[in-house]
Design a protein around this ligand. Structure first.
Ligand code: HEM
Length: 489
C-alpha cells in the first residue's frame, strides 16, 4: 500500500459503516455491466462534445446520462475530441456518487500519470519542457521530492500568511469600497486576482512582485491567466458564444508560442525574487534549478492562483447573495471569537468559528473549484457504487465529476440546497467532502495525490470570511459584483 491515509485497503469504504445511507445500499453490490457506449468512432465523441460544451453543459450532460442509464457509473466520451485531437482518447467511465468516486484516491488500483485534465495533456512546453508535479504519479520518484517541496513551502509560508493576507485584503476591499461609492456597484474579479497574485507570490514563493517590475506588479495576474487558460482551454467549459466557441476555441490546442514571452517574464520573476525557495528546492529536495523554478511557478500560478480564483467568488456569492439571517450569525460569531476591526486575525481564532467553517465547507461541496478528477486503472479491479459493482479493466480512464458526486443524495440530505449549518450539524460528513482529491479528513502526503494546499485553502476561506465580517456589517452581491456594503458600526 503506497498511500498513508486514503487507500481502500487501509480505510474501509466510507459507506461501509455510514449511518447516512439506507441499509439496502450497504448490503449487496450485484455485478453489472457498465452501461452506456462510446458510439461510432468519430461521430460519438463529436456529438458528446457538442452536448457537453453546447447543448447541455457539463452538469446536465452527466445528469441526463446518469438518469438514462439509471446508474452513477457509465461509459461516455468527454472533450476534447474530434476533429483535431486525434491522439486523445475521449472514452471514459464516468463516476458520479461518493462511493465510486473514492476509488480515485486509492493509489494501489489507479495511476495519476499525465491525467490532470483527462487523456488530453497540454504541451510540456507550457511548463519548461518538463512534467511538473501535478502530472506525476506517486510511483515516479520525482513526485515525492517535488510534493515534499510543495508541502514544505506551505508550512514555511504560515509564518507570513496572516500578515500578508490582512494587508492584501485591506487593499482589495479599499478598491471595492471606492468603486461601490463611485458607481453603486463593483466588479471584483480584477482586484481579487491582483490580491491573489501578490499574496500567493509573497507567501508561497517568498517573492514580492513590486520589487521585481512595474509590469509584474500591475499585470502579473493577467499574464498568469493567459498562460493558465491557454493550457486548459480545450477542456474548459465556456457556455456562451456558440457555435463560435466550438469552432475557434474547442477545436484545437493553441501553441505555447502565444505566451512564450509572458512565461519567460514569470519565470524570471520566480527565479530572481524567489531565489531562497529555489535554492532550498535544490539543496533540501534534490531538484535541479529548472525543476525548482518551473514547479514553483506551477504551484503558484496553476495550483494556488487558479484554485483560489475559482473558489473565492463562489464563497463571496454564497454569503453576499443570502437573504436569510446568515450574515448576522456569521458577524456575531466572528466578533465573539475574534473581535471587530483592528483586531489581528489568527489561525487559532478561526478554528473555533464553527459556522464560518461550515459555510466554507458547504461552498466547497456545492461548488468544487476543480470539477473533474481523472485516474487510470492500474490493474483490473471491481469498482463499487452504492448499489452495484462493475468490472474495470486495466488502462480504462475513470472520470469523477465532483459537482454531482458532491450532490449525492445518499450522503447529503437535500443535496441541491446550500445549507450553511450542514457540516456544523454533522461533522462526520467531512469524510465525504472531496474537493481536494481526497477526503477532508485525510492528509496530503508525498505518496498520494491529495492537494497539499488542502488545509491552507479551507483556513484561508475562513480567514477571508472573518475579515469581511470584521470590516462590514453586511455585504450584498453575487459571484461577480458587490452591489452594497455596510461598514462595521
Ligand atoms: C482553492 C485552491 C485550490 C484548489 C481548489 C486545489 C485543488 C486541487 C485538486 C483538485 C488537486 C488534485 C488534482 C488531480 O490530481 O486531479 C490538487 C492537486 C495539487 N494542488 Fe491544489 N488546490 C488549491 C490550492 C493549492 C495550493 C495553495 C497549492 C500550493 C502549493 C496547491 C498545490 C497542489 C499540487 C502540487 C497538487 C498536485 C498534488 C500531487 O501531485 O500529489 N494547491 N489541487
Amino acid at each position: 500500500m503506497t498511500t498513508t491515509n486514503m487507500g481502500h485497503s487501509e480505510q474501509p469504504s466510507p459507506f461501509s459503516s455510514s449511518q447516512l445511507l439506507p441499509p439496502s445500499s450497504t448490503t449487496s453490490h450485484p455485478l453489472r455491466d457498465i452501461p452506456g457506449s462510446y458510439g461510432p468512432r468519430l461521430l460519438g465523441p463529436f456529438l458528446d462534445r457538442l452536448d457537453y460544451f453546447w447543448f447541455q453543459g457539463p452538469d446536465n450532460f452527466y445528469r441526463k446520462r446518469m438518469e438514462k442509464h439509471r446508474s452513477t457509473v457509465f461509459r461516455t466520451n468527454v472533450p476534447p475530441s474530434f476533429p483535431f485531437y486525434l491522439n486523445v482518447n475521449p472514452n471514459v467511465v464516468a463516476i458520479l456518487d461518493c462511493e465510486s468516486f473514492s476509488h480515485l484516491f486509492d493509489m494501489e488500483i489507479v495511476e495519476k500519470r499525465n491525467v490532470l485534465i483527462g487523456d488530453f495533456m497540454p504541451s510540456v512546453k507550457f511548463t519548461g519542457d518538463m512534467r511538473v508535479c501535478a502530472y506525476l504519479d506517486p510511483s515516479e520518484p520525482q513526485h515525492a521530492k517535488i510534493k515534499s517541496f510543495g508541502l514544505d513551502l506551505l508550512k514555511r509560508s504560515s509564518r507570513v500568511w496572516i500578515e500578508e493576507l490582512e494587508s492584501g485584503l485591506g487593499t482589495m476591499w479599499d478598491t471595492i469600497d471606492l468603486s461601490v461609492a463611485k458607481g453603486g456597484s463593483a466588479k471584483y474579479f480584477s482586484p481579487l486576482q491582483k490580491f491573489l497574485f501578490h499574496f500567493l507570490s509573497k507567501t508561497i514563493v517568498g517573492a514580492d512582485p513590486s520589487s521585481f517590475s512595474q509590469e509584474i506588479s500591475d499585470s502579473g495576474h493577467t499574464i498568469m491567466d493567459k498562460w493558465l487558460y491557454l493550457q486548459i482551454l480545450p477542456a474548459f467549459y465556456i457556455g456562451s458564444f456558440q457555435p463560435l466557441t466550438e469552432i475557434f476555441l474547442h477545436s484545437w490546442a493553441y501553441p505555447f508560442a502565444l505566451v512564450r514571452g509572458d512565461y519567460q517574464k514569470l519565470y524570471k520573476f520566480v527565479e530572481k525574487e524567489g531565489n531562497e525557495a529555489v535554492e532550498r528546492g535544490k539543496a533540501e529536495f534534490g531538484l535541479n534549478h529548472e525543476e525548482a523554478v518551473h514547479n514553483l511557478l506551477f504551484f503558484l500560478g496553476f495550483n494556488a492562483f487558479g484554485g483560489f480564483t475559482a473558489f473565492l467568488p463562489t464563497l463571496i456569492n454564497a454569503i453576499a447573495s443570502e437573504t436569510t439571517d446568515l450574515q448576522e450569525r456569521l458577524r456575531k460569531e466572528v466578533r465573539a471569537k475574534l473581535g471587530g476591526a483592528g483586531v489581528r486575525l489568527s489561525f487559532e481564532s478561526v478554528k473555533e468559528m464553527e459556522l464560518v467553517k461550515s459555510v466554507v465547507y458547504e461552498t466547497l461541496r456545492l461548488n468544487p473549484p476543480v470539477t473533474t478528477q481523472f485516474a487510470r486503472a492500474k490493474k483490473d479491479f471491481r469498482l463499487k457504487s452504492h448499489d452495484s459493482s462493475f468490472d474495470i479493466k486495466q488502462g480504462e480512464l475513470l472520470c469523477g465529476y465532483q459537482r454531482l458526486a458532491m450532490r449525492d443524495p445518499k450522503v447529503f440530505h437535500d443535496p441541491e440546497k446550500f445549507d450553511p449549518d450542514r457540516f456544523l450539524k454533522k461533522p462526520e460528513l467531512l469524510n465525504y467532502l472531496y474537493w481536494s482529491n481526497g477526503s477532508q479528513r485525510s492528509s496530503p502526503s508525498p505518496s498520494n495525490k491529495q492537494c497539499p494546499g488542502k488545509d491552507f485553502v479551507t483556513i484561508t476561506g475562513c480567514l477571508f470570511v472573518a475579515y469581511m465580517f470584521q470590516r462590514y456589517d453586511s455585504i450584498t452581491g453575487n459571484s461577480k459584483s458587490i452591489t452594497a456594503l455596510q461598514k462595521a458600526t
